[in-house]
Design a protein. Structure first.
Length: 314
């Protein structure tokens, strides 16, 4: 009766519960395959990170990678659309539209930059546990994530008064938007992304740039016009986004684990023995998809794997 089954991957074959596992900042890569033994602050969830090297670098302000780590962690805390829930006992919980964002923002909190509030104007308040001070990031604009853009951007004024355009998204959409002169860093990051994907982890790129005040003032006017355009709002907003989402500095990348459902491997094996063909849809990188395919017994060593990969140019 049944010859074919078509399945989504995330939330069907996997639990859709993401854990922050590994990342890169600058030329350094952090995170191990070990299970975390860290003590997490009450309310912190979706983090399974273990790496002594990271803590050595992060706890030493004179370490060569400290500034890049700080930029990376601040981006995790600021580039998000999390809603905060404050419990009676003072515990702060995050409610997110996506489990990926939940993992990233909780990771920033675990590392010492906790998103704790939004003020009356929607500005983002981040608590620095090292200094005990709260940092205010004035939220100027948000360019939302969607399936076509594959990235989210926030434009903020940081505590130093500088306007920053901060983006997180798929490497295929962010790397072409980086400014020239970062070829060595991009190559190093791509190597790490390849390794993360082969481990079956979901990856994102983080990038940012400082925006000139005059340029931002002109861009903001055009962006407001696009938002008010009743006929072609989405198209005009995409045009405006293209004007500012370019010439980025690469800050780092993230790798998140989405664990398989219990018994999914045995279930798929049973389906295949019944001669039912199973198709699985995923938006992951090819290496991630292949790794997950073997993990859930959708693929095996006796199969001939054909990879169809069309190179697209912008």
């Amino acid at each position: 009766m049944v010859n074919y089954i078509f399945s989504d991957k995330t939330g069907t074959l996997t639990q859709n519960v993401m854990d922050f596992k590994k990342f890169t900042a600058g030329y350094e890569s952090y995170g191990t395959d070990e299970k975390s033994t860290a003590e997490y602050e009450k309310g912190v969830t979706n983090v399974d990170f273990e790496d002594k090297k990271f803590w050595e670098h992060w706890n030493d302000e004179n370490s060569a990678n400290y500034k890049k780590l700080e930029e990376f962690i601040i981006i995790l805390a600021v580039c998000q659309s999390i809603i905060i829930e404050k419990k009676k006992d003072g515990t702060i919980l995050y409610n997110a539209n996506s489990p990926d964002e939940l993992a990233l923002t909780n990771a920033a909190r675990h590392f010492g930059y906790g998103y704790i509030d939004r003020d009356a104007n929607g500005n983002i308040v981040v608590h620095n546990t090292k200094t005990g001070k709260d940092l205010l990031f004035e939220l100027l604009n948000v360019i939302e994530f969607n399936s076509a853009r594959k990235r989210m951007t926030v434009i903020v004024r940081n505590p130093a008064g500088k306007i920053l355009c901060i983006t997180k998204g798929a490497d295929s959409h962010i790397i072409p938007r980086l400014h020239l002169g970062q070829e060595d860093l991009i190559e190093k990051t791509n190597e790490a992304l390849q390794g993360f994907a082969e481990d079956g982890l979901r990856t994102l790129i983080l990038a940012q740039k400082e925006v000139d005040e005059a340029f931002y003032a002109d861009w903001k006017k055009e962006f407001l016009k696009a938002q008010l355009n009743a006929m072609n709002r989405e198209r005009e907003m995409d045009k405006c986004a293209e004007l500012i989402e370019q010439d980025y500095t690469l800050i780092g990348s993230t790798a998140i684990e989405d664990k398989l459902q219990e018994d999914v491997g045995d279930t798929i094996s049973f389906i295949r023995k019944a001669t039912i063909k199973l198709w699985v849809l995923t938006g992951d990188k090819i290496e991630t998809a292949i790794n997950i395919g073997f993990s859930c017994k959708l693929l095996d060593q006796e199969m001939e794997i054909l990879i169809v990969d069309e190179e697209r140019t912008r």
